[in-house]
Write a protein that binds this ligand. Structure first.
Ligand SMILES: [Zn+2]
Length: 151
């Protein structure tokens, strides 16, 4: 399942990407957002009622929640999503591209020294070049996921 999110949902888009979902975040023209969602078969997730009502031919989820955590919970419930641990951190948080695993040697000099010394797993975005490592975020993430699923 792929998603398209509108302007107020930047944090939610990031969360969905952390979970490994393909989440297009679009801050531009609303018509273009609808067009891309249709062309790419994306579920539209929006906080803009006008947009939800004008999205003919699209599967739409309209959110009223303001808190990204509750938004995520609502999306997972409404669409029956599961956080599969194998897919967590498989996608670039900045641009949504699937990441490629790289060896520590390949990122030496690009990441802070303490990160290079303490981390074993790195991945790089083939599109924007950003390097990611699970680090301390990873544990916090997993805790949050357990909370989401253990409701
Ligand atoms: Zn990227």
């Amino acid at each position: 399942m792929k998603f398209a999110l509108d302007r107020p949902l930047g944090k939610l888009a990031k969360w969905l990407r952390i979970l490994g979902f393909d989440a297009l975040y679009w801050r531009g023209d609303e018509g273009e957002l609808l067009e891309r969602a249709r062309a790419e078969g994306r579920v539209l997730i929006t906080k803009t009622r006008r947009l939800a009502e004008g999205a003919e031919g699209l599967k739409v989820l309209f959110l009223e929640e303001d808190n990204p955590f509750f938004q995520l919970r609502r999306v997972m419930e409404a669409l029956g999503l599961k956080a599969e641990s194998g897919r967590v951190f498989s996608r670039c948080l900045r641009c949504n591209t699937p990441l490629q695993e790289v060896s520590p040697e390949e990122v030496q000099g690009e990441v802070p020294d303490y990160v290079f010394r303490t981390q074993e797993r790195f991945s790089r975005c083939p599109s924007c070049g950003k390097v990611f490592w699970p680090g301390s975020h990873y544990e916090r993430m997993l805790e949050l996921l357990r909370e989401l699923e253990g409701r």
